[in-house]
Design a protein around this ligand. Sequence first.
Ligand SMILES: NC(=O)C1=CN([C@@H]2O[C@H](COP(=O)(O)OP(=O)(O)OC[C@H]3O[C@@H](n4cnc5c(N)ncnc54)[C@H](OP(=O)(O)O)[C@@H]3O)[C@@H](O)[C@H]2O)C=CC1
Ligand SMILES: CC(C)CCC[C@@H](C)[C@H]1CC[C@H]2C3=CC=C4C[C@@H](O)CC[C@]4(C)[C@H]3CC[C@]12C
Length: 489
Amino acid sequence: MVDTAEAEQLLRQGLGKRMVRGDGINRSTAVSGDSDMLSGGIHHYEQITQSAQSQRLKRFLTTTVMPVFLLAFTPNLVVIIWYTVIHCEGSYLKMLSVFSHRSILSGLSDMWSLMNYPSPVVIWTLVIYCVYALAMMKLLPGENVTGPVTPKGNVPVYKDNGFIYFVVTICLFWVLTICLHPFGISPSILYDKFDEVIYALNAFSLIFCAFLYIKGLLTPSSTDSGSSGNIIFDYYWGMELYPRVLGFDIKVFTNCRFGMMVWALLVCIHSVKSFELYGFVDSMFVSAFLQIMYITKFFWWESGYMRTIDIMLDRAGYYICWGCLVYVPSLYASVTFYLVSHPIHLGPVVTTIFLFLGALNIYINYAADVQKQEVRGANGNCLIWGRKPEIIRAKYQLENGDEKESILLASGWWGLSRHFHYIPEIMLAFFWSAPALFDNIMPYSYVIWLFILLTHRSYRDDTKCNKKYGLFWHQYCKKVPHKIVPYLF
Ligand SMILES: NC(=O)C1=CN([C@@H]2O[C@H](COP(=O)(O)OP(=O)(O)OC[C@H]3O[C@@H](n4cnc5c(N)ncnc54)[C@H](OP(=O)(O)O)[C@@H]3O)[C@@H](O)[C@H]2O)C=CC1
Ligand SMILES: CC(C)CCC[C@@H](C)[C@H]1CC[C@H]2C3=CC=C4C[C@@H](O)CC[C@]4(C)[C@H]3CC[C@]12C
């Protein structure tokens, strides 16, 4: 076990106090600012004013400019993805030619004009799926599990029935597909009408996020809620951490039962479409198999997901809800969407290599997620890679002042770097995209997105843990100095 004496000594000296209270970065800037002022000097005063100004600017950028940009851009982004695959043979270069000699707005409006309004079959399919998913959340058996204590001291409770839901839904999908085949009914209609699906999901999600905003304002489900005072930011980021409507946990529905499950179903739908067009295609098989394996892993580990920053930190607003309802089905399933119109034959050797390397990376990513959970579950009394784990017993305070303790693992996967598991996460996505070979960048959109998201997330998580654990986090960072890539970053 890593000795915590150093951290406790610093805590006694008073240095740690502000860290544990959770305002490490801002407060320490202010404190050093105070002493600089005492030493006099207009120069220092100007520096402080400048720093306050730059803080205000940064705040304005992150709470207004960025949300406005994402709110305006991302609903178009999913249309761009669809348009590139369906109308530009999967080539971003061809797609970009739409914007030559005209404004961005008129280029985008051309793309939107090619989208059909949702037909009754698409609307009914989505409605029936949502009703089914909500009913299954209640009906399927599962133990009640608790999420982490929230900053306000609440302990959310979930019904852990994600895995059984996933298995039942996938089986139902294939049974229905086979049974309806003789009647000429195929789920591949949703591939043909994906423009309508995106349209419907975009429209529904934008209204749903407005509903969540009003609900958070008027009847929040718990004390973990509140307004930032900026309506744009509140809509984008959300008002509540754990909103519930009629007893349904909104984030479980949007992130898991919709986003992740619809991703899996779309991969199956793309496989059916590809089979209808060309029979068995090995590139589609590799990509679909690895994605389904990854999503199976996700549902197996769903209760662990309830302890990640999506759930602990991100409120239920546009970012998470629109993201899971629209962005995940559009971007995350985009590789198999692309492969439907690009049947590539890899041959048995490449197929085997991709399958093996993809599965290996899924395993490593899963092993790292589980390792952290196991050490905490066993209170440090377990073996990590055959040895006693190196742990830091990190104390932290809730907003109400209650003191808690948690374990930071500093060996095993978590001793290589602070987010080593992001490397296999990116690699596994690469191996399910690589079957599309290298003619176009489009099938690598998800890998590129993941690279950006996870790099940003490693900073976000560091900030979050620094605020939460203060010196204990510093101690961990000293022992494990790199964010993602050992010895490099
Ligand atoms: N495909 C995708 O779009 C994405 C996939 N992912 C995947 O989701 C999974 C979860 O990732 P993510 O949400 O980023 O969360 P992490 O698995 O990185 O967990 C972060 C949290 O774990 C705790 N923690 C951090 N370091 C340690 C440690 N050394 N020992 C014990 N606990 C620690 C902290 O929470 P606490 O407050 O509990 O201490 C921290 O906030 C990963 O497999 C990741 O690859 C993630 C993002 C996007
Ligand atoms: C507004 C948009 C541009 C951004 C939306 C982002 C979200 C859709 C995604 C942000 C984090 C993502 C996820 C985190 C962790 C996950 C666990 C992993 O095992 C499966 C995927 C996922 C649930 C993933 C899903 C999309 C995000 C919520």
